[in-house]
Ligand binder design. Structure first.
Ligand SMILES: [Fe+2]
Ligand SMILES: [Fe+2]
Length: 264
């Protein structure tokens, strides 16, 4: 399937150092069955990543208050994709994962507290990329059911990377967060560089990013606005014991503190 050049608003997210390419989207639309299977696995992995952090930092109630609902929501997404697969008679078979996730994990530093910061930022970047690619599928998938699925998931995926941002801002100065974010965002885009996978190799996080940055500033990824494809990002429910005044939950709208999709 040939896709018209992507609209900047749908293809650029503030956290990401490079937008996904039209070539990735074309390959994804050529194998919707694989995209859906891999997406189901991604939702399960996202739930697992949140739970893993809760186990790694078992005494951190603030972290648990944010990540427990996130994990639950990811499993709800998993169940929704699974139901769609079953309606279509597609088997949820294991798929070889692209190196994307493991390459990003290798960049997480071993020592605390850097390990925690990196883990939040890597998880947030994966959420951001997932959100960006879901937005492309919501806009370009040929069948209504897929467009509806991805359209429905957009807002919560945007909120998820907002939650990881919030976890960072609760613990480190913004400057510290941004400096490390710039490094990891560059790595994230490098992990997706190269020729887009085709056929059986297509995945939600398979290679396919544009080298064109279109004025993108890589030294300043924060100060997020709303998400153009899905509108203002709803704030997460205030976690128990969390004092308002900082972060996306306190803004009540798509405020300037939320790390979301860039549309400029
Ligand atoms: Fe999800
Ligand atoms: Fe998510």
């Amino acid at each position: 399937m040939t896709v018209a050049p992507l609209q900047p608003a749908a293809a650029r997210i503030r956290w990401l150092a490079a937008p996904s390419s039209t070539a990735w989207l074309e390959q994804a639309l050529a194998r919707p069955d694989l995209v859906l299977i891999d997406h189901a696995h991604c939702e399960r992995k996202a739930a697992g990543a949140a739970l893993q952090l809760m186990f790694r930092y078992p005494g951190d109630e603030q972290l648990a208050a944010l990540l427990s609902p996130l994990a639950r929501e990811e499993l709800e997404h998993f169940e929704r994709v699974l139901a769609l697969l079953q309606r279509r008679g597609i088997v949820l078979r294991p798929l070889a994962a692209p190196p994307y996730g493991s390459e990003l994990s290798k960049a997480v530093r071993r020592q605390e507290p850097q390990r925690m910061l990196d883990a939040f930022l890597v998880a947030g970047l994966i959420e951001a990329r997932s959100h960006e690619r879901m937005a492309l599928l919501a806009a370009h998938a040929p069948d209504l059911e897929m467009r509806q699925l991805y359209g429905d998931l957009l807002a919560s995926e945007a909120r998820h990377f907002g939650l990881y941002w919030l976890l960072c801002e609760q613990r480190w100065p913004r400057r510290t967060v941004i400096e490390r974010l710039v490094e990891l965002a560059a790595l994230e885009s490098r992990c997706l560089a190269g020729s887009p996978a085709s056929g059986e190799g297509v995945r939600m996080h398979s290679p396919g990013v544009s080298s064109s940055r279109s004025g993108r500033r890589t030294d300043r990824p924060a100060d997020p606005p709303a998400c153009p494809p899905c509108g203002p990002v709803p704030p997460p429910p205030p976690p128990r014991g969390w004092s308002p005044g900082r972060g996306p939950a306190a803004t009540g709208s798509a405020g300037a503190r939320r790390p979301a999709v860039r549309g400029d």
